[in-house]
Design a protein around this ligand. Structure first.
Ligand SMILES: C[S@@+](CC[C@H](N)C(=O)[O-])C[C@H]1O[C@@H](n2cnc3c(N)ncnc32)[C@H](O)[C@@H]1O
Length: 214
């Protein structure tokens, strides 16, 4: 098993782990050769959750190569099960903290990075645990190609503002600046598990899509 030097928080296994454990034989450790073999266009999703969204996207868009990671084993194994069952050649998922995956990803490699409903850590004393922070955005920016996008969604307004400010700091631009584009709408809807949960609780949802044009 991959040894991580990075600290991470949150659930590592869930109720479906035992049922999905048989797929752990398909788990891959990252290496640079593997990443060199993945063809363009490439999308990275950080925190794939239950693994269903990335599997559906890979099924729908067979010409795009999807790379996902999560520290939660069940979702990673579910995505692997889906890729085995549906013979998805364009999906690679890793049971890893993003900080442990990044060193294997070449620079100027990704067309898009997706971070959907990252753990909010709403208490002030826990905010430093948030996945989207300055060191991460700095590293991600190197991995993103010119004209690449970062897409982000959350139901926590302060996380939205914090993440958007970081994007501004790293000179991302917003193709659409009307505040309407930040709100939930048919075109923003992602249909992830945590988006559905937030909608069920009548939470306000926030989205951004920013461009690295350098
Ligand atoms: C609130 S869930 C959202 C899952 C999914 N994106 C959705 O919208 O349903 C956040 C996910 O991020 C994962 N996660 C948290 N920190 C992470 C990290 N450093 N690297 C990779 N995944 C992480 C968690 O394990 C969890 O599955």
């Amino acid at each position: 098993m991959f040894e991580s030097k990075n600290k991470y928080f949150g659930r590592k296994k869930g109720k479906s782990f035992v049922r999905l454990e048989q797929y752990s034989k398909f788990l891959k450790e990252p290496n640079k050769r593997l990443f060199n073999k993945i063809k363009t266009p490439r999308i990275l999703e950080i925190g794939i959750g239950d693994g269903e969204k990335i599997s559906e996207d890979a099924k729908l868009y067979s010409k795009i190569n999807f790379i996902g990671c999560d520290i939660f084993a069940d979702g990673v194994l579910r995505a692997i099960r889906n890729s085995v069952d549906d013979n998805l050649k364009n999906l690679q998922v890793f049971h890893l903290n993003i900080q442990d995956l990044l060193p294997f990803i070449p620079n100027n490699y990704l067309q898009e990075i997706r971070i959907y409903f990252p753990d909010p850590w709403p208490k002030n004393k826990h905010k430093k645990r948030r996945t989207v922070n300055q060191p991460l955005v700095k590293d991600l920016t190197k991995k993103l190609k010119k004209n690449g996008f970062v897409r982000f969604a959350t139901d926590h307004g302060d996380y939205f503002i914090e993440a958007l400010a970081l994007m501004k700091k790293f000179k991302y631009t917003m193709p659409d600046i009307s505040p309407k584009c930040w709100k939930y709408s048919d075109s923003n809807a992602l249909h992830t598990k945590f988006e559905k949960k937030a909608l069920d609780k009548n939470h306000k949802l926030f989205y951004f899509s920013v461009l690295k044009n350098y």
